[in-house]
Design a protein around this ligand. Structure first.
Ligand code: SAM
Length: 220
């Protein structure tokens, strides 16, 4: 087995310090989110930076996010989009809308974000029916973990050839390899991970950063 780095809190701090370009507005939103009871739902800094990088590599202009929460990952992604780029940001609730919008405005990216309230699966089905199939450059999936396999089939229709789907939390803090854990959310992610491994419609890369990110490339 090749050498694998054992990450420590000191190394994580180093990665965040040297490997990310978190702006003051992003930092303020991260710290404000930190005070909320569900703060662990937010992506960490290095993942925000990774999403920013992916958007730039793909030269993405039309991006979708499932699961907005306080808008931290949305802010990273919108910041990476060009002026005429659009992020369709979907959440089933608007509980944190004010906090998110305050920061999107402060960063000057509010006009790039089309925030839609509703269940992701229903809104995606509508987009497919409206003929938006094959028009998204990137879809970032971070909503209901029990629905990942459902989101996958819809995202695969909506993303363009050469576009990328990014699944968050595909390691579920290690639960995917713990046989005593039988939570519907973990079970659906296990099914998705197995399905993706053998799905010859796509190429994949499971990246063990954050809580596990799986990148899915729809071939050209
Ligand atoms: C993990 S949080 C998203 C975190 C966000 N990406 C960030 O990094 O700040 C998950 C979000 O998905 C939303 N959600 C859960 N089920 C959903 C569904 N079926 N459709 C749309 N949003 C959903 C929740 O309301 C919650 O805000």
């Amino acid at each position: 087995m090749g050498n694998r780095l054992q990450m420590t809190s000191e190394l994580f701090e180093y990665v965040c310090d040297r490997g990310t370009r978190e702006t003051d507005v992003l930092k303020d939103l991260r710290l404000s989110t930190q005070k909320l009871p569900d703060s662990d739902m937010r992506v960490p800094q290095e993942q925000g930076q990774f999403l920013d990088f992916l958007i730039r590599v793909l030269q993405a202009r039309k991006v979708m996010e499932l699961g907005v929460f306080t808008g931290y990952s949305s802010l990273w992604m919108a910041g990476a989009l060009p002026e005429d780029g659009r992020l369709i940001a979907i959440d089933k609730q608007d509980t944190w809308k004010d906090l998110a919008e305050r920061h999107w405005n402060a960063a000057g990216v509010r006009d790039k974000i089309d925030f839609r309230i509703g269940r992701a699966e229903a809104l995606m089905e509508k987009m497919v029916a409206a003929g938006e199939g094959g028009t998204f450059d990137l879809v970032f999936i971070d909503a209901d973990k029990k629905s990942y396999t459902h989101y996958y089939e819809l995202a695969l229709q909506l993303v363009r050839p050469g576009g990328v789907i990014v699944f968050d939390n595909t390691l579920r803090l290690g639960d995917v390899v713990n046989p005593s854990v039988h939570d519907p959310a973990v079970d659906d992610i296990r099914i998705l991970n197995e399905m993706l491994r053998t799905d010859d419609r796509v190429s994949i890369s499971m990246v063990p950063i954050s809580d596990g990110l799986t990148l899915v490339l729809k071939p050209v």
